[in-house]
Design a protein. Structure first.
Length: 319
């Protein structure tokens, strides 16, 4: 990182601003008390690491968290055997699995459709539709969660062990196992068909190669799940590829999955850069000229979340 004492004033100011908009994974901590509704219920144990906003937690005053605009951004760690009680949000919410296998139950009255997600698979939970999640695997689940509002309301629980039997809550409200259906994209059932529009499998993504030299894998928005409030692509950035500075009228966030990505900011002739590694994040504000490149030893992947549901309007150019 540049020594801000040795930089011109304009560059030093820009460097401080860039640092203030960066969340480094190794400098953050998981919060095992992020969700008050889980207190006193060991089966609901999970931890949250907040990057942008508070997500589904009421801890909106966390000074280590970046201020959210159109969406929040956090990680959740769920130990083996634990579950999150079924609940609903007034906005959309996506789960992108980074590690492990996550079982998500989407609720229709007293019936539940369950889908299992592996690494880099995603489900966009529909607004108002109750859902819960459970770790039936052999390793902790780590997932990235985004809620489609900078200041979302607290979730409304529909089947929680404080009001219902524990096993009923673990089944997300299905009264008997026969009321649980495994998701099938080939099913003619309208619930499976609706859910199928919101399940994104990494293995099924068709890369869209940009003229600037990187590939875009659509997750939310055109080519992916329907966009409401924001959209998201997974970017595959080959070694040596770089793009020229560009500007948006909304924020975008980069979250590195694999490899190393260098991000640059420009303002009034000043240029500052920062290298990001796996699970590091940068929040690029609206109106800020910024760029990215891969000067690492291998290819990199990162998610790009944009604070608008509209199709991509930036014409990226190779640097």
């Amino acid at each position: 990182m540049p020594d801000t004492n040795a930089l011109p004033q304009s560059s030093a100011t820009l460097e401080r601003d860039m640092r203030a908009h960066t969340g480094l994974f190794t400098e953050k901590s998981f919060d095992w008390d992020a969700f008050p509704a889980s207190r006193g219920f060991p089966d609901l144990s999970r931890a949250q690491l907040r990057y942008v906003g508070a997500g589904g937690s009421p801890k909106v005053g966390d000074p280590s968290t970046l201020k959210a605009e159109h969406f929040t951004f956090s990680l959740v760690n769920q130990p083996v055997g634990k579950f999150a009680a079924s609940h609903a949000h007034e906005v959309v919410e996506h789960f992108l699995v980074l590690q492990g296998v996550l079982t998500i139950g989407t609720v229709w009255d007293d019936e539940v459709v369950e889908v299992k997600l592996g690494p880099k698979d995603m489900l966009l939970n529909m607004s108002g539709r109750p859902h819960g999640f459970r770790n039936d695997g052999v390793e902790p689940v780590l997932m990235q969660i985004t809620v489609g509002s900078g200041t979302p309301e607290m979730p409304v629980h529909v089947c929680h062990p404080r009001d219902k039997e524990l096993e009923l809550s673990r089944r997300f409200g299905a009264p008997v196992p026969e009321k649980i259906h495994l998701f099938s994209p080939e099913s003619s059932d309208w619930r499976h068909q609706q859910l199928g529009k919101h399940v994104v499998r990494y293995r099924d993504r068709t890369p869209v190669w940009d003229k600037a030299g990187f590939a875009r894998l659509p997750y939310i928005g055109e080519g992916g799940a329907p966009a409401h409030g924001y959209r998201m692509d997974m970017i595959h950035l080959p070694r040596g590829v770089a793009v020229r500075p560009y500007v948006r009228d909304v924020e975008d966030v980069f979250f590195v999955l694999d490899g190393m990505v260098t991000v640059g900011w420009e303002q009034d002739g000043a240029i500052v850069e920062r290298r990001l590694g796996a699970r590091d994040l940068i929040f690029n504000p609206a109106g800020r000229a910024h760029y990215f490149r891969n000067d690492g030893v291998g290819d990199a992947q990162f998610t790009m979340v944009v604070g608008s549901p509209k199709p991509e309007s930036v014409a990226f150019a190779a640097a």
